[in-house]
Design a protein around this ligand. Structure first.
Ligand code: FEO
Length: 392
């Protein structure tokens, strides 16, 4: 794709990746993604903000063919999807300096073996004058790594935010037109990338509130001509109220656990509690991550297999522990044949979750009326706890 004009002397470059279905060998990409880079030309200096994956260099090289000189390459974030081409860019433009945060310098030297003399590091609030255009660097750690920063182009009121405010969408539309579609994609992105660091993200949101921003240009997905849409959404995800909702990731082998899940869902709904159910054999884990952003309770459903929880349930528990959602309550349900350590194993996988564990319901064999009564009690306990918190 050719460079696309954003404003006078400001261009989108990069790659729209329609076909990828997995990011970081982990994150499902139902709508593909994009790797955005931005060319900004001042009257004196020209900069490229962010790069793309190394194997996409041919695309960036073609887009830069009429750019005779690059004075600076700015790396807002050292992860390779935005930095992979930097060594080749530095060879292509040997006069260019690489502008990073001090922490990013160390990471890029380790990841890409960039020589130390290529770098210019910038402190929080430092500016770079391009001639009629001024970039201000704002250190915003943990969006998504500890070294991340954003760049504010003062004269044009554009915030270049890299992963911050990103979404995984491949589209030919450079700017957001369908905010509903982007809301879900950006929430998925937040859940998978940012949620574990939400306390720092909250501080970063407060920090950028001081800036008059007319356009947010992230390095994944579309650009936001109405920045308040995504800023307000992020505030809600970071610090919004929990929902009166139970998320039930489950797996079943011979329908005993799935019957228990079905019963529990019915009982919760009867008691006014909302539910989102995810069969771990077929689910998109991105959908599960989205559901965890504001769920008050998680109930994991698993059979006992090989004396412990089903491996899919282990994966879900490990993932939830890594994502550190703000969930307040957790329980476990399922069936077993003769014994095992299902509850102990799962409970040991979630040390990061600040949850109150509600008594699990594990039954021997197929669920009986006693098991259903225990599930009814579990549903009542969850409903009462949600009510105590005043969840709507
Ligand atoms: Fe899009 Fe953390 O890289």
């Amino acid at each position: 794709m050719n460079p696309r004009k954003i404003k006078d002397n400001i261009y989108w470059m990069g790659f729209v990746d329609w076909d990828s279905r997995l990011f970081d060998s982990l994150i499902p990409l139902p709508d593909g993604t994009s790797y955005n880079a931005f060319l900004v030309k001042g009257s004196e200096k020209t900069v490229l903000i962010d790069a793309v994956e190394e194997d996409l260099f041919y695309e960036l090289e073609g887009q830069l063919k009429n750019v005779g000189r690059l004075d600076y390459i700015i790396s807002l974030h050292a992860e390779q999807d935005h930095s992979g081409c930097i060594p080749k860019l530095l060879s292509m433009y040997p006069e260019a300096k690489l502008v990073t945060s001090p922490k990013a310098k160390k990471i890029l030297m380790d990841l890409l073996q960039v020589p130390e003399n290529a770098f210019v590091t910038v402190t929080d609030g430092e500016t770079l004058a391009l001639g009629g255009k001024t970039l201000e660097f704002i250190h915003t750690p943990w969006v998504h790594w500890p070294e991340t920063m954003v760049a504010y182009l003062r004269e044009d009121k554009i915030l270049f935010s890299c992963d911050f405010f990103g979404s995984h969408i491949a589209t030919s539309e450079l700017f957001v037109t369908d905010e509903g579609r982007v809301y879900e994609a950006a929430k998925r992105y937040y859940a998978e990338i940012m949620m574990p660091f939400r306390n720092v993200i909250k501080k970063n949101l407060e920090k950028i509130a001081a800036y008059d921003i007319e356009l947010i240009a992230p390095s994944h997905g579309q650009l936001y001509p109405r920045p308040s849409f995504i800023i307000e959404a992020q505030k809600e995800w970071v610090d919004g109220p929990l929902r009166n909702k139970v998320v039930i990731p489950y797996v079943s082998m011979h329908r005993s656990t799935s019957k228990m899940v079905d019963f529990l869902i019915g009982s919760l709904v009867d008691k006014g509690v909302n539910v989102e159910q995810f069969n771990l054999v077929v689910t998109d884990i991105g959908k599960l991550a989205i559901s965890l952003v504001d769920a008050a309770t998680i109930v994991v459903g698993t059979p006992t297999v090989l004396a412990g929880p089903h491996p899919d349930a282990v994966y879900a528990a490990f993932l939830a522990n890594a994502l550190r959602p703000p969930t307040r309550f957790l329980s476990i349900i399922g069936s077993y044949g003769w014994g095992g350590k299902t509850v102990e194993t799962l409970a040991g996988l979630i040390p990061n979750l600040k949850v109150e564990v509600i008594d699990p319901v594990l039954v021997k064999g197929a669920p009986t009326s006693e098991a259903f009564a225990a599930l009814d009690t579990l549903a009542a306990t969850i409903a009462a706890k949600h009510e105590e918190l005043g969840l709507a």
